[in-house]
Ligand binder design. Structure first.
Ligand SMILES: Cc1cc2nc3c(=O)[nH]c(=O)nc-3n(C[C@H](O)[C@H](O)[C@H](O)COP(=O)(O)OP(=O)(O)OC[C@H]3O[C@@H](n4cnc5c(N)ncnc54)[C@H](O)[C@@H]3O)c2cc1C
Length: 456
């Protein structure tokens, strides 16, 4: 560190985890290597869209990769693109959609960076057919703490490659990656919306759609659950099925790219004072309204509006007030639907009905020991952080998830019981061995790694 370094306050996307820290934002390789050399421990950060403390430091400095955001090469014929890790997915789409290409996997936000997408091995609403982001990476280059760069792929040091995909920035700095894009005729999506009347009904429709998703990687499906409806209606939902539109799907006069100047940056929004506006009565009213207004319809809308609706709601975390929000996201195997019911019953019974609850299908996971997806379901619940007290409130859900062979998503986590991580990620020890080989002096770390004892 130098005398000029001043510390700033940094938070996760949910604004419930915060740290004062020194941030370096290198552009050149020399600046990057210098920044690592000058620090004890380094936490790598992309766009800071992980909800909790994954991109916050426990000690040392934060290395912000967002200034390293060049497209290094693009083969228009086969769709292979080589990018620096700081490229924001939305910026990438702005460049490639007009040329007839798109990303095979897009999570619920296009504001994240390529580095963040790889380090969390993110998934989209089309996971059963498309897999996770890492499955479309041809190779990546990783910088270690000594300044050496290694190219990793499924053929060259596969252990290092798979430990880095989903490795939460703890194996080194991802500098660049080659990604296989897929053809796209337009930037529009056809969306079909339907409503379900109970959790059983929601599960049955999602199961049916999962079968179609397995053979159609372009079919994106998400259910928004009403967790306020009483009795057997608890878990009724609005299900959105989106499919990229072909040119022939567009009405006459509609241009293939709906929104060529779409914004890819977050608008700064100040957190509301006190508890904000996300209070039990407003949550209940919004949840019911979403269901009642979510009647069946077919429509054409920009692909990014269909797949990343929260990018249009910059004020969402700010609305939870001073203490922010957490998102509890877990995955459980297909047969464990009883856990979905028990989790919803627990939250409702504890007067913690979530502000937003989504349920998605997941396909088979990857060779990445810390990669999140497993074949089954993923449920995500947005909760005001002020409801969670010392963070142990959700421990009984952790236990239900672990017992069912499930896991929480590290990129979203703020509260999971550290003792359950080895059960949730049974290949943790394999990952730790590879990580120790890649970073023997433990120079890469994070508040998440410290809290969950990922690097014992
Ligand atoms: C509205 C919203 C919706 C979301 N929906 C989804 C979803 O549908 N599916 C899903 O999977 N995720 C989803 N996420 C989570 C998000 O995709 C991940 O947290 C992603 O990792 C964030 O990327 P980032 O660039 O903001 O990285 P950060 O949040 O800054 O960092 C995330 C992790 O990546 C590491 N990292 C970042 N850059 C590098 C690098 N260059 N080298 C090494 N490590 C690096 C960090 O150390 C950290 O561990 C959503 C997030 C938001 C805000």
């Amino acid at each position: 560190m130098t005398d000029d370094d001043t510390s700033i306050s940094l938070s996760g996307w949910g604004r419930s985890a915060n740290r004062r820290t020194i941030v370096r934002r290198p552009t050149t390789d020399e600046e990057l290597v210098d920044a690592i050399g000058s620090a004890g421990q380094v936490t790598v950060r992309g766009a800071g869209c992980s909800y909790g403390d994954a991109a916050l430091p426990e000690q040392g400095i934060v290395l912000d990769l967002t200034a390293r955001n060049r497209v290094l090469s693009f083969n228009h014929l086969n769709g292979v693109i080589v990018l620096e890790a700081g490229v924001v997915l939305g910026d990438l789409l702005n460049q490639v959609l007009p040329l007839g290409w798109t990303l095979p996997v897009l999570p619920g936000s296009a504001r994240i960076t390529v580095g963040g997408a790889l380090a969390s091995d993110v998934h989209g609403k089309n996971h059963p057919g498309a897999g996770s982001f890492g499955q479309h990476v041809l190779w990546l280059s990783l910088l270690d703490a000594e300044g050496s760069v290694t190219e990793l792929s499924a053929g060259h040091d596969p252990d290092g490659f798979w430990a880095t995909l989903g490795g939460m920035g703890l194996t080194g700095v991802i500098l660049k990656a080659a990604i296989q894009l897929q053809p796209a005729e337009t930037g529009w999506a056809k969306q079909r919306r339907r409503r379900t009347r109970s959790l059983d009904d929601t599960i049955a429709v999602l199961r049916e759609l999962a079968v179609r998703q397995e053979t159609d990687p372009n079919l994106h499906v998400v259910a928004w659950l009403d967790t306020h409806a009483p009795g057997t209606r608890l878990g009724r939902g609005v299900i959105d099925e989106s499919h990229p539109a072909q040119l022939g799907d567009l009405p006459k006069g509609v241009p293939p790219d709906p929104d060529p100047r779409r914004s890819t940056r977050r608008r700064p929004v100040r957190s509301l004072p006190g508890p904000g506006v996300v209070l039990a009565p407003t949550i209940a009213a919004a949840s019911m309204a979403r269901w009642h207004l979510g009647g069946p319809r077919d429509r054409l809308l920009p692909l990014l509006s269909a797949l990343c609706p929260l990018d249009r709601a910059d004020a969402w975390p700010a609305a939870f007030g001073r203490r922010g929000m957490v998102q509890y996201q877990f995955a459980i195997p297909s047969e464990a639907t009883a856990v979905l019911r028990r989790v919803l019953a627990f939250l409702v019974g504890s007067r913690m009905s979530p502000a937003l609850t989504t349920l998605k299908n997941l396909g088979f996971g990857t060779a990445g020991p810390l990669s999140f997806p497993l074949h089954g379901w993923t449920l995500a619940a947005d909760l005001p952080a002020r409801w969670l007290g010392d963070g142990r409130t959700l421990r009984s859900i952790d236990a239900m998830v672990a017992e069912a062979g499930g896991r929480v998503y590290l990129a979203k986590d703020s509260t999971v019981d550290p003792a359950l991580i080895p059960d949730m990620y049974p290949r943790l020890k394999t990952w730790q061995r590879t990580r120790d080989r890649l970073d023997p002096d433990r120079r890469f770390g994070s508040a998440l790694a410290h809290r969950l004892n990922l690097l014992p």
